[in-house]
Design a protein around this ligand. Sequence first.
Ligand code: A2P
Length: 275
Amino acid sequence: MAEQTSILLNNGTSIPQVALGVFRMPDSEETTAAVQAALEVGYRHIDTACVYGNERAVGEGLRRSGVDRGSVFVTTKLWNDDIRAHRAKDAFGESLDRLGLDYVDLYLIHWPADGWQQAWDDMQEIAASGRAKAIGVSNFHQHHMNELLANSDVVPAADQVESSPQFTNQELVDYLHGKGITPEAWSPLGGTGGNLLTDPLLAEIGAKYGKTAAQVVIRWHIQRGVVVLPKSTHADRIRQNIDVFDFALTDADMSAINTLSTGKRNGADPDNFSF
Ligand code: A2P
């Protein structure tokens, strides 16, 4: 497989551009096997969260793969209830315990829940302790980020937001690039139950390169300078989703994929969520 690409984060560490996302995967053997399969076919980045409830299974998959901890980038996230209860530091320790790790590569505020400002202060202490190599946020709009930056000298390393050809979130992606904050895309394939991957345009572009619709979409994210977190529990798809470094989309392909935008979100709007 051709060498995968990484992005340099603003803390000086490097983040592999394709991760295995594990949202909606259980805290059981299925997830352990998926993580192990991913690492065996070359993934070096796993993206989980406290609220996914599968940190234990993810950690087990990491250990079972035998891949050196230092060569894998692990992200987890601080859940909203813990933000509201001002217990970021305890919640972080609990995540590490479940993962069975002594550090993570990236720790994110999962949503801008009430109290996120204090959580950001706490996360800076966590980063200073060395137990999170980088800290960042998720689901922050520009206005959340502007508030954060006005009150903190520490610039988040990443903002993980919804992005796919159907909901590109391009204005936010451009804003983040301008601030040196790495954008990460969740629901990058249009989400579970979505219809993006059946669009004939993606099959048509893929046919030129011998690639599937999913591979075309993942490549589109990569060429936009975005970290992409496709989720799959199927070994063949897991393998397929990282086999995206031996072809390049043309500018015309990129523009054509942009026309799939509907402007409609799959998930919640960070200005209006109730969890
Ligand atoms: P599954 O887990 O059954 O493989 P997103 O990452 O945008 O949330 O989308 C994930 C959805 O896309 C899941 O339903 C996943 O299903 C499916 N999926 C992931 N990779 C592929 C692929 N290479 N081809 C088709 N569907 C895929």
